[in-house]
Design a protein around this ligand. Structure first.
Ligand code: MN
Ligand code: MN
Length: 470
């Protein structure tokens, strides 16, 4: 009936134009699934705020689903599921397909912007003990003051004992904080540019306050802290150099909005993609091709280092895969013929800061998973670009499965931009594209996503893993 009322030109317009509509409307029959997926996602995010915690939980999930460490397998037959743990900070998981010569890969990263402790962080001043931090990744430093922080880390005692430190997530535990300067005395500070309003060397975390009761001791509060750390963990001050200790927002993930349509959580870039991709891998059935999930570390600082996507760890895994499957190809041949997704988030159009985006070429909260042809910055530097052929394959895949999707650019030309691991994956010669949900307040201590986009991302990754023969 409705169709008959439309004029020929209206019908024409409908047929020819891109439709931009809310995925909430398109998936109105799936509301329950969207909300229940969000609950498990939020609970994962609340428990796994560092790359180490994330990898550990993911290994648990993989093992529960029948994955085993690759080194214990002598032969990789179709259907066998394995993983490789890369120093507890990165992970490659793989389900061997019925055609092991064909490989499809999803790569995401599990590190997020945060505050790391300096090698010798502890000092005392003005009746408090503080920890000096060195920020990790691209943050607006002023966002990290006056918020509750939690500590997560691992350290080694001189005797070689591993010690884990987790303080500040449970309601009865203390939190930590970087106090900002009071406005009354901030006349000079307020004249600084945003980048310097809080300087790197001002990210000093309040750690303790009570002095040891001993007049012979000079730094009484620091001494009390060391006494506590030694009694509780067996640590001495020097052990901070044999440690990875991170400060993260102590916030637990929450629903945002009276309709509960959005999620705020720390570290959604990029654990939203890591989590949805892992769920997709666990739920993917009857994969004809071998499917691989690569969870990289160090993306937020350029992917450099032995646990980053720029390392040769992925190649080493492929070498082992070839030996154990017995396929007659080299790793570079396999990877050149592979297809892949760089699973990462993109910026959502912020209604308050619209001027940084081209409204026709930006992702909108609630419009489904974002498939971005390229990232990078002005002039398409520092990115890879998916080819027309591959983009056609991907949009057809989404449409065939009825998965709402959208596309966009990270920002207006020359305003800024950002890289992902797509450029490191695509250098093997495989097709690669950036796919993930869009985020508001990216890299802030509390990032926002739409529940429907998170669900669409999961659906798309699953469809990709189950597909074959591009
Ligand atoms: Mn990212
Ligand atoms: Mn990022």
């Amino acid at each position: 009936m409705a169709e008959e009322k439309k004029s020929p030109n209206q019908q024409l317009q409908e047929r020819l134009s891109v439709k931009k509509e809310s995925a909430w409307i398109k998936l109105k029959d799936k509301i329950e699934a969207i909300y229940s997926f969000s609950e498990t996602y939020k609970s994962f995010m609340g428990k796994n705020k560092t790359e180490r915690l994330c990898i550990r939980s993911m290994i648990e999930m993989l093992e529960k689903a029948g994955f085993s460490q690759i080194h214990v397998q002598h032969e990789l037959k179709p259907g066998v599921a394995v993983y490789k743990n890369i120093k507890g900070k990165s992970l490659i998981a793989c389900k061997v397909g019925s055609d092991p010569m064909k490989v499809r890969i999803i790569g995401a990263h599990v590190d997020s912007p945060r505050l790391d402790l300096k090698p010798y962080p502890l000092y005392e001043d003005a009746e408090v003990a503080l920890l000096k931090s060195h920020y990790y990744g691209g943050i607006k430093k002023y966002q990290w003051v006056n918020i509750p922080l939690a500590i997560h880390g691992v350290a080694f005692t001189k005797e070689g004992k591993t010690v884990e430190i987790h303080i500040g997530e449970n309601p009865d535990e203390p939190r930590f904080i970087i106090p900002d300067l009071l406005p009354h005395l901030a006349k000079d500070q307020m004249k600084k540019t945003g980048e310097n309003i809080i300087e790197g060397e001002e990210l000093n975390i309040l750690f303790a306050h009570i002095p040891i009761d001993d007049t012979d001791i000079k730094e009484k509060i620091k001494c009390n802290v060391l006494k506590y750390l030694n009694a509780t963990y067996g640590l001495v001050e020097e052990d901070f150099i044999a440690a990875d200790i991170e400060l993260v927002p102590a916030y637990q993930p929450v629903d945002i909005g009276i309709d509960r349509g959005l999620i705020a959580a720390y570290g959604q870039d990029d654990r939203v993609c890591a989590y949805t991709a892992l769920r997709a891998l666990l739920d993917a059935n009857d994969c004809k091709e071998t499917v691989i999930l690569y969870l990289a570390d160090r993306e937020e600082i350029g992917s450099m280092g032995d646990t980053g996507a720029e390392s040769f760890v992925f190649i080493n895994f492929m070498r082992e895969y070839i030996r154990k499957t017995g396929v007659t190809a080299t790793w570079d041949e396999l990877l050149e013929n592979a297809v892949s997704i760089s699973a990462d988030v993109t910026g959502a159009l912020d209604p308050t800061f619209k001027s940084v985006n081209d409204p026709n070429n930006v992702s909108y909260l609630g419009h489904g998973v974002s498939i971005e042809k390229y990232g990078g910055r002005g002039g398409k530097y520092s990115t890879s670009e998916a080819h027309a052929e591959y983009m056609h394959y991907l949009r057809t895949l989404a449409d065939t499965h009825g998965i709402p999707w959208q596309t966009g650019e990270q920002g207006k030309i020359d305003v800024g931009g950002g890289g992902t691991i797509a450029m490191f994956m695509s250098r093997y010669g495989m097709d690669c594209v950036d796919v993930g949900p869009c985020v508001l307040g990216m890299h802030s201590p509390f990032e926002v996503t739409s529940k429907v986009d998170v669900y669409c991302t999961y659906l798309f990754y699953k469809a990709f893993l189950e597909d074959s023969g591009i």
